[in-house]
Every structure is written in C-alpha cells, then in structure tokens.
Design a protein around this ligand. Sequence first.
Ligand SMILES: *Cc1c(COP(=O)(O)O)cnc(C)c1O
Length: 371
Amino acid sequence: MSIPLVDLKAQYATIKNELDTAIHHILDNTAFIMGKPVSDFEAKFGAYTQAKHAIGVSSGTDALLIAMQAIGLQADDEVITTAHTFIATVEPMMQLGLKPVFVDIDPVTYNIDVSKIAAAITEKTKAIVPVHLYGQAANMTAIAEIAAKHKLHILEDAAQAHGSRWNNQAVGTHSLATTFSFYPGKNLGAAGDAGGIITNDDAVAEAARLLLNHGSETKYRHVKIGYTSRLDALQAAVLTVKLKYIEKWTEQRRKNAAYYDELMAEIPNVVAPKSDKQARHVYHLYVVRVPRDREAVLQYLHDKGIGAGIHYPIPLHLQPALAGLGYKEGDFPHTEAAAQQIISLPMFPELTKSQMEEVAQTLHEAISVTA
Ligand SMILES: *Cc1c(COP(=O)(O)O)cnc(C)c1O
C-alpha cells in the first residue's frame, strides 16, 4: 500500500458534490473575474482570520510581492527573514530590489531565532518577515517587541499557517500585513494557484487592491503600475466551500500529529517535531529529524511507497539564484543542519491511523536497516 505525502483525492471525495455545484455555478454565470464570488470569499476569510481586510490574490507569491509594495518597502531596504523556507518568501524581495538579510532558525521550532534578530538590524532595515513554518506560529510577542523598538514593519508569511495562533492570537494580529497561499496542497487549497493578503490597515488594503489589478482606480484609469494578480472567481468559489471545513481539517491534522508523536517515541534516532506551548501548530507538514543517514532513510521510505519529502533541502543562502547575496556555507549552522536531517512524513486530515502506523513501522525499519 502506498501512502502519499498529501492525498488531495481523499479530500475531494468528502466534498465532491458541494465543490462541483460551486464550480458549475461559476461556469453557468460566466463571470470569471472579480465580482461576488471573490468578495464573498474575502469577507469569509477576513472573518476567519479576524482581519479587517482580506484580499484575494492569484498566488501566495504574488500576495508577498504585492504586500511588500503595499506596506511601502522600496529598493535597497533590508528585510530580515530566515533561509529555511520556500524560495517564494524572498523571490519578491529580489524582484523589488530589496535585500533579504537572513538570521538562523531555532533548531527546535524551525522558525526564526528571535534572539538573533537584533544583531541583524542596520540603518537600512525596514521590515521583518517571519515565516510560520510547517504551520507553527513564530514567536510573535518577541518579534512585535523588536519591531516596535526599532520601528520596523512586520509582514508575516503565513502560507503554511491558516488558523495558526501565537498566545491564542491569530497569525496576522501583530503585523501590518500577512500573506497566505492557497496552493492546492496547502491547508486551505484551491484547485490551482491562489493566495491572499490580510491587513487591519485601510491604506495598505487600498494599495494592495490597486496593485493586483493593473493599478486601476476605476476602469481604464491607472494610478500605479501594477499586475494581473487577481484571485480567480473559480478559485474563490472552491475556497469558499473549503473554508467551511478548515477548522475540522485542522483539528484532524492536530490529532494525526499527536498520534504520530506517540508512534515516533518508539523509534530510536528519530526526533519528533516539537510544538511550542504558546503556538497553535496547524501541521501543514509533520517534519521529523533523522540525524544519521537521512538520504538512505528517505530512499528506503520511497522504495516502500511512502511519500516522504524534504522541506527544504537547500537553504536559501546556498541557492544558486541567491549567490549574489554573498552568503556561504557555515553562515547558518542550525538552518544547514536542519536541511540535512529533516524528513516530512505524509500529513493530511484524512490520513488514517493504520496509514500512520505503516509510515512509522516503515520508518523504524529504515532506521534499523541503515544503522
Ligand atoms: C507555498 C509558499 C509560498 C508561496 O505560495 P504560492 O501560492 O505557491 O505562490 C510562500 N511562502 C511559503 C513559506 C510557502 O510555503
């Protein structure tokens, strides 16, 4: 029996009728751009995230690109973030001429090590971009304190963290803007690319809405050079259906993680993920650490049909596309060690106990065989 990293078919089966109806409704109306499906989703997502404004965008990457401009970042500004994330966190910075400045991660949570942020701040620093990696909120109390002290903006990359909380406060509470991805495999996923921005700031919301639609204030009057980065009505309709289930799915992910934790405790040389007591971890990914022979263990899992992955194998400071930033191997030891030792195990709401048992048993075998 093979077990995928994410099983989108299992999810579709549970909501097929509702989803098919919503999609056909859009097709029947042939109103594909903007309009009620998009504004309905935005209102509901805003309510879910407790934000004053929620803005649909064409992807999580474009959400970051637009949010960075909407909060006023400009060429040569420095932005502090981590190298242990998907490239999309910094791609928009490069396109806008901003300078990403990396700090190392906390080796337990894999999020930014807040004790190392202050040392990375210079006169040019304008913002901190925490990434709530794998679905676990970064330490927003500490980040908000540092940002207030140094007058920096916070832009949260919550692409993996729908419904995540820090100290019982939703992600997005502490920042000028927060972005989400609705890529199909994310916790709230569309049937294609989609993303969103939330903010409590009216001016940021207005600037973002202008930018994502050709900088048009009214039809054919363009006050800014913008983008074609609107959320599709079809995707909005899909997301509106799925949003009804996000809390149920999140609780299923958390239950699955708790069961995995029990199973991992029995396996030598495997470190289960740790959830900070102050965070509500929504387990976009369940990432274990295998300190020895990670490649052989991963190969064994693949050979047995377990869809394990690595998120992410090459830290951003060592990516060829970012060589111009001038970082080198050894700059971020915790980030580099994580990249060499992590394995993401299958994780999705519909995962069954027996599937998790098979994953754990296969991992146990892999560890014994490679020891
Ligand atoms: C998925 C992801 C993005 C990009 O989102 P897309 O919708 O794929 O463009 C950005 N940051 C992180 C951390 C992600 O996981």
